[in-house]
Ligand binder design. Structure first.
Ligand SMILES: [Zn+2]
Length: 161
């Protein structure tokens, strides 16, 4: 049994047994529990495929990823959830990158860590400024500078590759 099934069967049980007079109908609780459980299961499959290192994804991995992304898109719409930038990247761009490199996880780790470091650095520099407009201006200028530096570095990395 998936962890998601175990978790959501417990959540469903708690909600069904709730004495709150404003709770949803049993059928809504059951439907929503299954929907969110399925979203986690599909996410798990997608993550397991996106966790392949460069050159390690097989044709079968890419096929499973493609179907899983389509399923996630469908389930996400059913659940009426927000399409955040991270979800957009997953739905719209991850498959292309996977097909191009047959695995991307070894490229992502450094990037995510780098973004966290850059964000912390920018925050530390602008957080003490009192003028909020000036703070926002400096923040966006620093972000633009960091992005252009990163782009140059990435271009160099790709051309060396
Ligand atoms: Zn996009």
């Amino acid at each position: 049994m998936h962890y998601a099934s175990a978790i959501f069967s417990k959540i469903q049980e708690i909600l069904l047994n709730s004495q709150n007079p404003e709770k949803c109908t049993d059928s809504v609780i059951e439907h929503e529990s299954e929907l969110h459980q399925d979203i986690l299961i599909v996410f798990n499959t997608i993550c397991s495929k996106l966790c392949k290192k460069t050159g390690q994804a097989t044709e079968e991995d890419l096929d499973v990823l493609e179907v899983s992304i389509a399923n996630l898109n469908f389930l996400w719409l059913q659940a009426n959830l927000n399409f955040t930038p991270k979800l957009h990247s997953t739905l719209e761009h991850s498959l292309d990158h996977m097909k191009r490199f047959n695995g991307i996880v070894d490229m992502l780790e450094g990037d995510v860590e780098l973004i966290h470091q850059i964000a912390a650095k920018i925050e530390a520099r602008v957080s003490r400024m009192k003028n909020k407009n000036a703070q926002a201006n400096v923040h966006s200028k620093m972000e633009a500078m960091q992005n252009s530096r990163r782009r140059q570095k990435n271009c160099k990395t790709v051309s060396e590759w």
